[in-house]
Design a protein around this ligand. Structure first.
Ligand code: FMN
Length: 379
């Protein structure tokens, strides 16, 4: 297949090659997982979502979540906000205290507790409020030269699409790029991402457009870029339990496609390392091991590993226990080809989008929605 992207992704004064972004994923893309992914290839590796309110209030848990590794030279932070002033205060804090090199604004979250209050994927519908948030964030980031991007969905549902207008508003506000997860909020993670919508957005904007949704293999990234003309790709669930996907992505963008197919022994070594990095990041062995449990099924997907061993691995509470159980795996087992190209992670059913009363009736009401600022981060 011909290589459709040959130039780096420009984000402000930064040039990113390959034009690949690890999608922010709450509870996943912490410093431990980012470290594993970054070792595999180039790109932007976005941290877990941080709420603007929690950041400006300096909630200790939130301040811990914005930890970056010493060698993370392009520190990418995703912020969630609904209030232009609070968002600007959070961005100012990031800029003045040198907390990150890139800020992504989250307008894609479909979780009912968020949309019910008018946040996340519900917000771009209120286009004036959306514009104010993005403009104020860009203005607050500008003195430090920090590029701001937005990440959004197609809209609330097929009857309330917002992505082209929101993309134009964000561009006008001065964002460095726009990422589109090509589903509506109503779809959640169901069905297929609508890559045609990414192509439509690319046609409409001058700033770089990043395509997101259903990249399970590096070849999918190439297909998406060829299909849409996108300037880069954002990869989420495809790398769950597979940080080496970023090596495949780097190779594909370099024009020398290859596919890492680690044996079970090699996967076990990465699992052990992931758990150790989590323990280090969370400064607590039990906590780190508990956090690692959610990754076990993803790492073992498709491998012939018995139910008892899988269950035990998903209940570990110490690194010694993990090492002991990993030692029971047959290291020679090859990577299961049938698990390639398959969805992993969330694939939940579509659902009605909860919205504040009267939300759809006025697109130009820019009142800050009540109670939509979450005071915790992650989600
Ligand atoms: C567990 C999980 C957590 C997520 N958390 C966030 C988040 O905090 N911020 C965000 O913008 N998107 C979040 N997303 C959405 C992803 O960034 C991405 O847009 C989505 O998974 C579609 O891309 P994919 O098909 O490559 O997975 C999350 C997705 C998953 C599966």
């Amino acid at each position: 297949m011909t290589l459709a992207v040959t130039s780096p992704l420009a984000l402000g004064r930064h040039e990113v090659w390959p034009p690949v972004v690890l999608a922010p994923m709450a509870g996943i893309t912490n410093v431990a997982f980012r470290t594993l992914c970054r070792e595999q290839g180039g790109g932007v590796y976005v941290c877990e979502m941080i709420t603007t309110r929690a950041l400006v209030e300096r909630i200790p848990k939130t301040l811990k979540m914005i930890a970056f590794a010493p060698d993370e030279d392009f520190r990418s932070l995703q912020l969630y906000g609904v209030d232009p002033d609070v968002t600007a205060a959070a961005v100012r804090m990031v800029a003045e205290e040198g907390l990150a090199d890139h800020i992504d604004l989250n307008f894609g979250c479909p979780v009912p507790k968020v949309t019910r209050r008018g946040g996340g994927s519900a917000l771009p519908w209120r286009r004036r409020l959306f514009g104010r948030i993005v403009r104020q964030a860009v203005a607050a980031a500008a003195p430090a030269g920090i590029p701001v991007t937005v990440k959004m969905r197609k809209g609330i549902d097929d009857d309330h699409l917002t992505y082209v207008e929101a993309g134009l508003i964000a561009q006008e506000a001065g964002v460095a790029a726009v990422a589109l997860h090509a589903r509506t909020a109503q779809q959640r993670y169901s069905g297929n991402a609508d890559w045609d919508a990414i192509a439509t957005l690319k046609q409409a904007l001058d700033v770089p457009v990043l395509g997101n949704g259903d990249i399970w293999e590096a070849a999918d990234a190439m297909r998406m870029v060829a299909h849409t003309g996108a300037d880069g790709v954002v990869v989420g669930r495809g790398c769950l339990g597979r940080p080496w996907l970023f090596a495949d992505l780097s190779a594909a963008f370099a024009g020398t496609p290859s596919q890492a197919l680690p044996t079970l022994g090699e996967v076990a070594a990465i699992m052990a390392r992931h758990a150790r990095l989590l323990v280090q990041a969370l400064e607590d062995e039990r906590h780190g091991c508990a956090d690692f449990r959610k990754h076990v099924a993803w790492y073992l997907k498709g491998f012939p590993v018995g139910g008892d061993l899988r269950r035990s691995l998903a209940m570990i509470s110490s690194l010694a226990e993990l090492e002991d159980l990993l030692g029971k795996l047959d290291p020679e087992i090859p990577f299961p080809p049938e698990s390639l190209g398959q969805p992993r992670g969330r694939i939940n059913a579509p659902g009605k989008v909860s919205l504040p009363y009267g939300w759809l009736d006025s697109r130009d009401d820019d009142t800050v929605p009540d109670g939509a600022e979450m005071d915790d981060s992650g989600g």
